[in-house]
Structures are given as structure tokens and as C-alpha cells.
Design a binder for this molecule. Structure first.
Ligand SMILES: CC(=O)N[C@H]1[C@@H](OP(=O)(O)OP(=O)(O)OC[C@H]2O[C@@H](n3ccc(=O)[nH]c3=O)[C@H](O)[C@@H]2O)O[C@H](CO)[C@@H](O)[C@@H]1O
Ligand SMILES: C=C(OP(=O)(O)O)C(=O)O
Length: 427
């Protein structure tokens, strides 16, 4: 497995352009299966999860090429609605294939998806949503077969505003007969992006971004070209890194409206954040202030996907902060690693009590999942001395060469590739 060696202690400075959003690109690539023809998706980041999604699409019969930041996907030769278990298990987002394949073929055969070790991550809300649309579901071990001659619109109330379930139901309902409403829908910006894409191919959807989404079924959809939104979690990661290293960074190609809760938190910590159109400037000249309470919750509240990164900033703050994680029960795995770097953090159930220390020290640490890994990179950048982050493949799921991203801002990060006998990969 690759590892990153970080020479810490340097303030980040300079300008970077933010990549497209993984969590928007993955469902939109899956939704492209509703189309019979060629779809071009722009601003698709080069990530492990995107590679897995393209492998699945090819396995189903599509032609898929990732050229620069654009994916050209030809679904004309799509012939299968069976996703092999080995591919399903490579990521959580393989579950997005379920809705579109069911809508297109009237039958889909999949397996329980894989994903980060951040919690139980059931798919009951996805399955119940499809059942409400008329699908018959048979589960045998990890195999799931869904069938429905033609899906029928229904009123669906989600017990929890699940991002993935909202998206799967939206995709399945596009070709259903009649009207579907999703109540207590998730409101994340990626759901709005999915609605925009689906409407561009000819779907009739209203309400994404609110808690009620209405989908009027159509008989068919058409090809289009579409550009993915900027990644708000990568944007937030860089903002926090700038603050934690007390640097000055300008981020281009952002959507500040998607980051209101983080901007609020950073300003409370005394970090300077200036917003100008799609540009965000972050300046972290002095030691951050502690924040009494941050609670992760569905959008527009503070995102779970930025909890670990912000914890690094609070670990360096003046005073004691509390972070409560309400979405995933296994999302504090970075804490032990941060403690190895000198942080003073105590966990009690789903709360982390973070007593700020003046500095962190380099250590060898392990990325246990995507955002935990990103947090350790930030900690390494801010720490005194050398940090080695192992198990980098987790980070590669969501950041397009994180070392290159930060090296452009003056960091010194070197990747050693296991595949190349631990040789350095030029960043
Ligand atoms: C590809 C993608 O967009 N991933 C994001 C998406 O994941 P994902 O779509 O998996 O997250 P959900 O919103 O579905 O999950 C939130 C909570 O609901 C639970 N749940 C979910 C579905 C279900 O059928 N049953 C159930 O109990 C989950 O276990 C979790 O506790 O939203 C999460 C919450 O913002 C983010 O952290 C992920 O980065
Ligand atoms: C948890 C995440 O992704 P996924 O849902 O793909 O595991 C994430 O992006 O932080």
C-alpha cells in the first residue's frame, strides 16, 4: 500500500482550483444508465471510486472513457443488469446502480455494497423506497434481486433523510408511471446536482434542496453533456488545512453557499474567511480558538465528512471543544492516531472532548478511512517534524492526488508506492 511522508510545520500558501465532487459524480454516472446513447460528464475527478464506477459500467456493457476531467459514456451497448459481487464490494456507491438498472431493465441483481469502515451503513431505506415503487425484492445472503415490470409512482416517507436512498429513489422514479413524492428527503447539494442532471436528460423533478422532492415519471430520456459541481468536502479540507497550518490560501472553483456551516465554524475559531463569488480566501494567522460544541447532522448542518478534519484544527486550538458525531457510529478512528501525534482528545460514546495543545508532533499513523486519512494529512502538515501516513488508498477514494494538491500550496509531501517497490512517485 502507498504511504505519504509529510515534512510538517510549513504554512500553506498560494492558489488552487478545486476538483469536481465525488459524491455528485458517482450517482450521476449511475443515473446515466437511464439514457440510451452517449452522455458526457465534465469535471469528473480522477479517484479510485470513480475508477470502480467506470469498471462497473464497462462490465455492464457500456463504453466508458475518462479523458482529462471528462467522462464519455456510451450506454448503447448496455446489456446486463447484474453487478458482480467483487465490484459491488469495492465501494458503498455501487448501490447507486440499483435504481437506474431496475428502471431500465425491470430487473437488477446486485450484492450488499462495500464502503468505509465508518459504521453499519444499512440499505433498508433504499430497498423500502424501491418496494414502494412496486419492486419485488428477494434477498439471499448478500445477493439482492429486484424486479418490477414497470415501476409506479408512490408517496415515500423516509425515516431518515438518507442521501443515498433519496438519490436511488429519484433515479428509479424517473421512468416510473405517475408521480412520486419523497418526504423527509435529504437536502445535500449533491441531490440538487442529481436533479439538474436528470432534468437535463428529460426527467421532470422538482424540490431537490428541500425536504420534499416530486418526480413526474416520463417514458424516455435523452443524452446530454453535464458539468459536476465543485467538491465541497475537498474545499473544506483545504480550508481547514490552511487554517491549521496558519497559512494564506485562495481556493478557486468553489461554491461557498455549500459550505455555510464550515465557514461559520472557522470564523468562530478566529480564522479569516473571505468569500468573493466562487473564490474563498482563508487566512489563519494566529492560534485558533476552541469551539464549545459542533454537532454533525444532515445538510445544511455541519457535515460528518468534515468532522475529522475540523477536529485537527480544534486539537491545536486554545481551549477545550466538543464534537458530537450523529451520523456514523464509527467515525472517530482518527482520534487514536491524532493522540499519537500529541493531541489531547477523549471519546465518550459519540462525543469527542478536544483539549487544544500548542503543537502536534510527527508520527507514523494509519488512514483507516477516507476522511480520517485526510485529517491525518492535515495534522502532518501542521505538525512539527515528519509524519508518515499509511494506507493511502483510503484517501485516494476521494482526493485526486492529495500530495500534489498540497504541494502546489508549498507543502512537502512525498508518496512512496508499494506497487513500485516503495519508489517515490513524483508529486
Ligand atoms: C457517495 C455519498 O454521497 N456518500 C455520502 C452519503 O453517504 P450515504 O448515502 O451512504 O449516507 P446516508 O445519508 O444514506 O446515511 C446516513 C445514515 O443513515 C443510515 N442509513 C442509510 C441508508 C439506509 O438505507 N439505512 C440507514 O440506516 C446510515 O447508516 C447512516 O447512519 O451521505 C453521507 C452523510 O452525509 C456522507 O458521509 C457520504 O460521504
Ligand atoms: C463516507 C464517504 O464516502 P462513501 O459514502 O462513498 O463511503 C465520504 O465521502 O466521506
Amino acid at each position: 500500500m502507498d504511504k505519504l511522508v509529510i515534512e510538517g510545520g510549513k504554512p500553506l500558501s498560494g492558489t488552487i482550483v478545486i476538483q469536481g465532487a465525488k459524491n455528485a459524480a458517482l450517482p450521476i454516472l449511475a443515473a446515466s444508465l437511464l439514457v440510451d446513447g452517449t452522455v458526457i460528464i465534465d469535471q469528473v475527478p480522477k479517484l479510485l471510486d470513480i475508477d470502480v464506477m467506470l469498471s462497473i459500467l464497462r462490465d455492464l456493457g457500456c463504453r466508458a472513457e475518462h479523458i482529462g476531467q471528462s467522462v464519455v459514456l456510451d450506454t448503447a451497448s448496455l446489456h446486463s443488469s447484474h453487478v458482480p459481487e467483487t465490484l459491488m464490494r469495492q465501494m458503498r456507491s455501487s448501490i447507486f446502480l440499483m435504481g437506474p438498472l431496475l428502471a431500465r431493465f425491470g430487473r437488477v441483481e446486485i450484492y450488499q455494497p462495500g464502503g468505509c469502515a465508518i459504521g453499519e451503513r444499512k440499505i433498508d431505506l433504499h430497498l423500502r423506497g424501491l418496494e414502494a415503487l412496486g419492486a419485488e425484492i428477494k434477498e439471499t445472503g448478500s445477493r439482492i434481486i429486484c424486479t418490477a415490470e414497470r415501476l409506479k409512482g408512490a408517496d415515500i416517507v423516509l425515516d431518515f433523510p438518507s442521501v443515498g436512498a433519496t438519490e436511488n429513489i429519484m433515479m428509479a422514479a424517473v421512468l416510473a408511471e405517475g408521480i412520486t413524492t419523497i418526504t423527509n428527503a435529504a437536502r445535500e447539494p449533491e441531490i440538487q446536482d442529481l436533479q439538474h442532471f436528470l432534468n437535463q436528460i428529460g426527467a421532470k423533478i422538482l424540490g431537490a434542496g428541500t425536504d420534499t422532492i416530486t418526480i413526474e415519471g416520463v417514458r424516455s430520456v435523452v443524452p446530454c453533456r453535464y458539468r459536476i459541481i465543485p467538491d465541497r468536502i475537498v474545499t473544506g479540507t483545504v480550508m481547514v488545512a490552511a487554517a491549521a497550518t496558519r497559512g494564506q490560501v485562495t481556493l478557486q472553483n468553489t461554491n461557498p453557499a455549500h459550505l455555510t456551516s464550515l465557514i461559520h465554524v472557522l470564523r468562530r475559531a478566529g480564522v479569516q474567511v473571505i468569500v468573493d463569488g466562487d473564490i474563498i480566501k482563508v487566512g489563519g494567522a494566529s492560534r485558533p480558538k476552541a469551539i464549545d460544541r459542533i454537532v454533525t447532522n444532515p445538510y445544511p448542518a455541519f457535515p460528518t465528512d468534515l468532522q475529522s478534519q475540523v477536529m485537527v484544527l480544534l486539537a491545536l486550538a486554545d481551549g477545550t471543544s466538543l464534537m458530537k458525531e450523529t451520523i456514523f457510529e464509527g467515525r472517530f478512528k482518527h482520534v487514536d492516531e491524532l493522540v499519537r501525534m500529541g493531541a489531547d482528545i477523549r471519546i465518550d460514546q459519540n462525543c469527542a472532548f478536544v483539549r487544544g495543545v500548542p503543537r502536534l508532533y510527527g508520527a507514523t499513523v494509519e488512514a483507516t478511512d477516507l476522511r480520517a486519512g485526510a485529517a491525518l494529512v492535515i495534522a502532518g502538515l501542521a505538525a512539527q517534524g515528519q509524519t508518515i501516513v499509511e494506507q493511502v488508498h483510503h484517501i485516494d477514494r476521494g482526493y485526486d492526488e492529495i500530495e500534489t494538491l498540497f504541494n502546489r500550496l508549498g507543502a512537502k509531501i512525498t508518496r512512496y508506492s508499494a506497487a513500485l517497490n516503495n519508489r517515490v512517485i513524483p508529486g
